[in-house]
Design a protein around this ligand. Structure first.
Ligand code: ATP
Ligand code: MG
Length: 565
């Protein structure tokens, strides 16, 4: 024990210990169920739960192991002969037989016996929270047939770090005897499938076709990334994810930021509204409307400068400063909803320092962006909405995406329930530091609003080059890599991809060749090679919807939306 620790020992109670600000509540296994399914840990302690498992295993020498097995068999036989009558007899018979089988396995060295010490530790920032987490854990374990116990007054022994020798004091009943298979089931990576209850099917394992489900809502961040070269199947996979997410939770709201206008058919199939910003019909979304920051005019002024700098990346310093000042004046003054006309008037008062700005702002008065000049009239009630930017000039896309993202952020923060945002061609927001920062900030806050982003872009390098881009990527709880042209050193390092994985990704099969998309999913410590496969009805619906063709007969949109219409 260090001097510092002696001065301020951790507080300890009957069934808990406090170290710093964390409370730890241990839980021991008193009795194992007859069978433990491989991968049961995912159910008992999903990555989102504040639960650790500490495991110590000591191999029992084969000679001693055989003695133990023979002893167990002899006990079962004696009890059977000695009149273990009634209900217990079949159980004893099973015990005798399994001891016999185990004896053969141990003699043949296909199984060994292990002394296994197991301690679950539920943690929390307060004692009630940690105890509640332990209680929930005990209930999940009980549902799988485990009998557990709280080591009251033996917390120190339960939580002591594993020593190199077997001599450390442990609570009574801590050591259990398990076979190699039993021990193997306690390892989280022994399972071929990742089953997150309530999750959506993301793919089939490429090694054995076992299905893999992920539940974005059970992770701290609900946002995912999809990366892949052109034609790798990103948009299809994103649409499939939206569809399956809706199936699992029909109340999920979906917002699609759709630079190429690919998702309009799908959104209509889901009974949603397609907003085409360049056309009359759905109303105007005023990029300057302070409603998107709930009336916080200063915050809105900052976002307006970001979106305009994305529109005019070549602004000189003085022009940028004039713009900033004019926008601030416009928002500092209480008054009606600012418009681009009002901004142009404000700039005119700034005089010569405005440089080219008055000429640039003409685009909102008489040019291609004139539909954006005026108060907001857009009112979307549908639970599925897409912003279809097809036909928007490439150099205007970051501008449109930024204020639509601003609108989206407000929508997410002001409506209850789960919400999913699909941002395709996300690289458009990585071109400018300001828009990347805004996107990063949005993703960091999404979790507070029960919302997740599906970020779709061709190359992770689009975002790896800037601090806010990397921060954004760090906040994705799952990343799917489809075929990549190349995997940069930066990408390998950042995502912890091995050389064989990086090599494989450049050769992953394309959907046009294979009928499915090969992919590598990175979820926490897992790296899962998966086939992204659609069922026939899903495939028919998605290909028709994504191509804007009439939807196939059959289930039809009613079945797609299950409550979504
Ligand atoms: N998992 C899949 N199963 C069957 N077909 C698929 C699958 N994924 C994609 N496809 C088909 O492959 C083609 C290309 O897919 P998609 O448009 O999704 O690629 P992308 O990665 O989004 O390309 P881009 O970068 O050009 O947008 C489409 O015709 C699509 O229908
Ligand atoms: Mg695409």
């Amino acid at each position: 024990m260090t001097g510092a620790a002696r001065e301020r020992p951790p507080l300890e109670g009957a069934g808990w210990r406090r170290a710093g600000r964390r409370y730890a509540c241990p839980l021991l296994v008193r009795r194992f169920p007859p069978e433990v399914p491989f991968g049961f840990l995912g159910k008992v302690a999903p990555p989102s739960s504040a639960v650790d498992l500490r495991l110590e295993a000591r191999r029992i020498p084969p000679g001693r192991a055989l003695e133990i097995v023979h002893g167990a068999r002899a006990v079962a036989e004696a009890e059977l002969i000695g009149g273990g009558a009634g209900a217990a007899t079949p159980e004893l018979e099973v015990e005798r037989r399994s001891a016999e089988e185990l004896g053969h396995a141990v003699a043949g060295r296909s199984q060994e016996l292990w002394h296994v010490g197991l301690c679950w530790v539920a943690a929390g920032p307060s004692r009630p929270r940690a105890e509640a987490a332990r209680q929930r854990l005990a209930e999940r374990l009980a549902a799988l047939g485990f009998q557990t116990r709280v080591p009251r007054y033996e917390v120190a022994e339960a939580l002591a770090a594993p020593g190199r020798s077997a001599g450390a004091a442990r609570p009574s009943g801590y050591w259990q005897t398990l076979t190699t298979d039993g021990l193997g089931a306690l390892y989280p990576f022994g399972d071929e499938t990742v089953l997150e209850p309530g999750g959506v099917l993301v793919g089939l394992s490429l090694s054995d076709a076992s299905p893999v489900f992920l539940d974005r809502w059970s992770h701290a961040s609900h946002s995912w990334g999809l990366f892949g070269t052109t034609g790798a199947g990103k948009s299809f996979a994103a649409a499939l994810t939206v569809l399956r997410s809706r199936w699992m939770r029909p109340e999920t709201e979906v917002i699609v930021l759709d630079p190429l206008g690919e998702y309009s058919g799908l959104v209509r199939a889901l009974g949603g509204t397609v907003v085409r910003l360049r056309e009359d019909g759905t109303g105007r979304l005023n990029p300057l409307d302070p409603a998107t920051t709930a009336g916080d005019r200063r915050e809105k002024a900052g976002r307006v400068v970001t979106m305009l700098r994305a529109l005019w990346p070549s602004l000189q310093d003085e022009e940028a400063a004039s713009l900033d000042a004019a926008v601030s004046r416009l928002y500092d003054r209480p008054g009606p909803e600012p418009t681009f006309g009002a901004l142009a008037d404000e700039l005119a008062r700034g005089g010569a320092a405005a440089g080219r700005l008055p000429a640039l702002l003409e685009v909102f008065r008489s040019g291609s962006l004139r539909r954006s000049d005026g108060p907001t009239t857009l009112n979307v009630e549908a639970r599925t909405v897409s912003f279809d930017l097809a036909g928007v000039p490439d150099d205007q896309l970051p501008f449109h995406l930024t204020y639509v993202l601003d609108w989206t952020y407000h929508r997410l923060s002001s409506r209850p329930g789960p919400k999913l945002v699909l941002l395709d061609e996300a690289h458009l927001l990585s071109r400018h530091a300001g828009t990347t920062e805004f996107l990063d900030r949005t993703v960091r806050h999404l979790r507070h609003y029960e919302s997740g982003l599906l970020l779709v872009t061709q190359n992770p390098d689009d975002f790896l080059g800037s601090p806010s881009g990397r921060s954004l990527l760090r906040n994705l709880s799952a990343c799917a890599f489809l075929r990549l042209q190349e995997v940069s050193e930066a990408c390998r390092g950042f995502f912890g991809l091995s050389d064989p994985e990086a090599e494989w990704l450049t050769k992953a099969r394309l959907p046009t060749d294979a009928g499915y998309a090969e992919s590598l999913w990175r979820v926490g410590a897992w790296h899962l090679p998966l086939a992204i496969v659609a069922s026939t009805p899903e495939y028919e619906l998605l290909t028709a919807a994504l191509r804007g063709e009439p939807l196939p007969d059959g289930p039809g949109p009613g079945a797609v939306g299950r409550g979504g219409l």
